[in-house]
Design a protein around this ligand. Structure first.
Ligand SMILES: *Cc1c(COP(=O)(O)O)cnc(C)c1O
Length: 432
C-alpha cells in the first residue's frame, strides 16, 4: 500500500515513510492510495473470528509491504490487549465501551498501534512530539512507554489540564518527558509546529507527531468498528448504525474507511458539542471552520477538524455522497447534562459528556429497531470527567483503580517559558 498527501496526489510514500513523517511537508495528510475490499467470506463470518483475527485481517493490507506477518500479529495482539464490551443501555441502543485500556480512553488503541509500528519501521531513533490538552498526551505517554528507540516529549499548558490528566503525563519517566509550558494549549501546539518546520532541527533529529494526523494513529481506529459489528450479530442484530463523538474526526473517518472496506453499516452519525462545523457542513454544504469554544466535552472543542480533509477525500469531495452515509448531531452543555441525568435515572448507566451526545443522537435518530442496533462509541471513562459527572448526576463517582494508582505518584515535569527558542535549545541539548 502506498500513501499520498491530500495536497499532492502524484507523489507516493510507503507506510513506514508516512509514519515517520507524520504531517506531509506540503501540510497535507497522508491517505491510502486505495481502500482494499475485504472478502465477502470474512465479512459474513465476522462473528466467528477472534478480535485478533479480525484486527489482523482489517489492518494487514495497509501495512504488509512494510511490516512482516509475524510482526503484524504481535502488534495487533498488543494493541487490542483489553476488552471492547458492547453494553445495552436502552432498547436497541448499545454503548461500545472503548475505555478499558490503560488510560481509559479510546486513544489507547491508536497510540499503542502507532508506537509499535513506528518501532517496526523506523530507520533511526525517533522523537515523538505531542502538544496535549489531556487525553492524547496520556494515551501517547502510556502507549510509547519503554518502547526502545523512541523518545516522547509532551508539552502541556501549565495549570490548564485536570489533576488526573497531569499525573498520567508526568509520573511515567523513562523515555517520556513532560514539559509544562507557561501558556495555553494553542501555545504548546504552536511550539510543536515550529519544531516540525525547523529545517536546522530536522537535519539533526528525526521528529514525528503522534496525533491523529499520523496514519499509524488514525487507521487502526477502524478495528473496533469491526469488533462491534461482530458482537452486534452475536446479539441477534442484522444491521448497525454508529454514532461517534467527534472532534478532529479521526475516529469516525476511520470507521467510514471500515465501511468502504466492506463492513456493513447502515449509517454514521457525527456527534459534536457546539463546535459544530461538520454538522453545519452536512446540513448546508458549506464548510466554515471557526475558532473553538470551550464546552464540558472538551476533547471535542475543535473549530477546524484536522481529519475533515480525509473525510472529504474518501468521498471525492462530494457533499451529496458524504451526506448519504453521514449525518450530524450536536447538543449544548445544558442539554448534554440533561441527557446524562436522564440516562442515569432511567437506565442506571453513567455516560461521559462526549458519549452522552452520541447516545442522544441515536435516541432521536429513528433509525434503530429490533433488527438495527444503534451503537454509540463511549470514548472515555466517565471518571475522567468526574467533576462534570458528579455535578450532573448528583453522585460521588468512585475513581477506578487504574486512575487511583496514579494519584499518589511523584510528578516530574520541566517548566518552560512560552517560547520556541527555549524548546529548541532544550531539544538540541538533550537529544541527538
Ligand atoms: C479525542 C476524543 C474525541 C474526539 O475524537 P476525534 O477522533 O478527534 O474525532 C472524543 N471523545 C474523547 C473522550 C476524546 O478523547
Amino acid at each position: 500500500m502506498r500513501y499520498y498527501s491530500t495536497n499532492s496526489k502524484d507523489q507516493f510514500l510507503n507506510f513506514g515513510e508516512a509514519v515517520e513523517e507524520g504531517l506531509a511537508p506540503d501540510n497535507g495528510l497522508y491517505f491510502p492510495e486505495s481502500i482494499p475490499k475485504l472478502s465477502q467470506e470474512f465479512i459474513d463470518n465476522l462473528h466467528n473470528y477472534s478480535k485478533e483475527e479480525i484486527g489482523i485481517e482489517v489492518i494487514r493490507n495497509f501495512i504488509k509491504d512494510d511490516i512482516s506477518e509475524e510482526e503484524i500479529k504481535r502488534i495487533v495482539r498488543e494493541t487490542l490487549d483489553f476488552d471492547f464490551p458492547l453494553k445495552e443501555v436502552s432498547k436497541d441502543i448499545f454503548s461500545l465501551e472503548l475505555f478499558h485500556g490503560p488510560t481509559m480512553a479510546f486513544k489507547d488503541v491508536g497510540a499503542r498501534f502507532m508506537s509499535r509500528s513506528l518501532r517496526a519501521v523506523a530507520k533511526k531513533d525517533s522523537i515523538v512530539l505531542v502538544a496535549t490538552s489531556g487525553d492524547t498526551g496520556s494515551a501517547v505517554a502510556n502507549g510509547f512507554y519503554k518502547i526502545p528507540g523512541i523518545q516522547v516529549v509532551l508539552l502541556y499548558p501549565s495549570g490548564k489540564i485536570s489533576k488526573i490528566q497531569e499525573m498520567q503525563l508526568t509520573t511515567l519517566g523513562e523515555n517520556i518527558t513532560a514539559i509544562e509550558v507557561d501558556g495555553v494549549f494553542d501555545d504548546c501546539q504552536s511550539i510543536v509546529k515550529q519544531a516540525f518546520l525547523d529545517d536546522e532541527l530536522n537535519k539533526k533529529l528525526s521528529l514525528t507527531s503522534a496525533n491523529s494526523i499520523n496514519v499509524a494513529r488514525w487507521l487502526p481506529q477502524s478495528l473496533y468498528y469491526f469488533l462491534a459489528v461482530a458482537e452486534a450479530r452475536r446479539q441477534g442484530f442484522d444491521e448497525v448504525v454508529f454514532s461517534v463523538p467527534s472532534g478532529n474526526f479521526g475516529n469516525i473517518t476511520a470507521g467510514m474507511i471500515g465501511a468502504r472496506m466492506g463492513l456493513p453499516v447502515k449509517h454514521f452519525i457525527a456527534a459534536t458539542n457546539m463546535n459544530k462545523v461538520v454538522p453545519d457542513y452536512l446540513n448546508t454544504g458549506i464548510y466554515n471552520p471557526s475558532p473553538s469554544v470551550p464546552t464540558i466535552s472538551n476533547a471535542m472543542d475543535v473549530g477546524a477538524p484536522s481529519n475533515f480533509v480525509r473525510l472529504s477525500e474518501l468521498y471525492g469531495g462530494s457533499h451529496e455522497k458524504i451526506s448519504e452515509d453521514l449525518s450530524g448531531y450536536f447538543l449544548t452543555d445544558l442539554e448534554t447534562k440533561k441527557v446524562m441525568k436522564d440516562c442515569y435515572k432511567s437506565h442506571n448507566y453513567i455516560l461521559d459528556p462526549h458519549g452522552a451526545i452520541a447516545y442522544d443522537a441515536l435516541l432521536n435518530s429513528g433509525l434503530t429497531n429490533d433488527k438495527t442496533c444503534g451503537i454509540f462509541l463511549e470514548t472515555a471513562h466517565p471518571a475522567k470527567f468526574k467533576d462534570i459527572v458528579d455535578e450532573a448526576l448528583d453522585i460521588d463517582l468512585p475513581l477506578p483503580e487504574k486512575l487511583k494508582e496514579i494519584v499518589g505518584k511523584e510528578k516530574v515535569s520541566i517548566k518552560m517559558d512560552n517560547n520556541y527558542g527555549a524548546f529548541k535549545a532544550f531539544l538540541s541539548k538533550n537529544y541527538k
